[in-house]
Design a protein around this ligand. Structure first.
Ligand code: 2AM
Length: 176
């Protein structure tokens, strides 16, 4: 048995989207009573695996690198609040069929690798503010953010004193 790794699959925004999301987080944090997440942490989780034995990592890296190229878009325009984990997040009013299909396909592949998909529906979201006691006063982002996603990433989460640090272990961009 080796040391478990806390892993998840995510989409990572381009720099402009990331900066726009971080600016929203800064703006909202005082209103929601929490702390803003930094630009480098902005992402949408497609599949959270939790603690995974390191012996399974190689198969996950292979799956990630072999994943077909992505060329999608997600228009973020709304704000939401998950009261229990105390998160204020950005998402979209309209559902995004491509994003939902990608999530379902990813879980199908992960199921073949012995992972179990969650029972609950997937609510694509980008966490902006943590320890948020209140929802944002408004339900819209101050301006819509158009995020083009072009790669899938396998990411490790490490907790330290400053919060979560994320490290990409593999992605499906060309290896050349
Ligand atoms: P969150 O931002 O909504 O907290 C790394 O922790 C990533 O995995 C974050 O995007 C986090 O979502 C997500 N995550 C953490 N715990 C999770 C869980 N039990 N189920 C689903 N996603 C989780």
């Amino acid at each position: 048995m080796t040391v478990p790794r806390r892993l998840f699959f995510a989409l990572w925004p381009d720099d402009a989207s990331r900066r726009a999301l971080a600016a929203e987080a800064e703006r909202l944090a005082p209103q929601c009573g929490g702390y803003p997440l930094p630009a480098e942490n902005m992402h949408v989780t497609l599949a959270f695996l939790g603690n995974v034995d390191a012996s399974r990592l190689e198969a996950l890296v292979d799956l990630t690198r072999a994943w077909p190229a992505l060329n999608g878009e997600w228009m973020l325009d709304r704000l939401g609040h998950f009261p229990k984990p105390r998160i204020v997040w950005a998402g979209s009013q309209a559902s995004n069929p491509a994003l939902l299909a990608l999530d379902a396909e990813l879980w199908q592949a992960l199921t073949r690798h012995g992972f179990t998909a969650p029972q609950r529906d997937f609510t694509p979201h980008v966490s902006l503010v943590r320890q948020a006691d209140r929802a944002a006063p408004e339900s819209r982002l101050s301006a819509p953010i158009r995020w083009r996603f072009d790669h899938l990433a396998l990411v490790e989460s490490q907790l330290d004193d400053g919060g979560s640090r994320y490290r990409t272990l593999a992605d499906n961009r060309s290896q050349e």
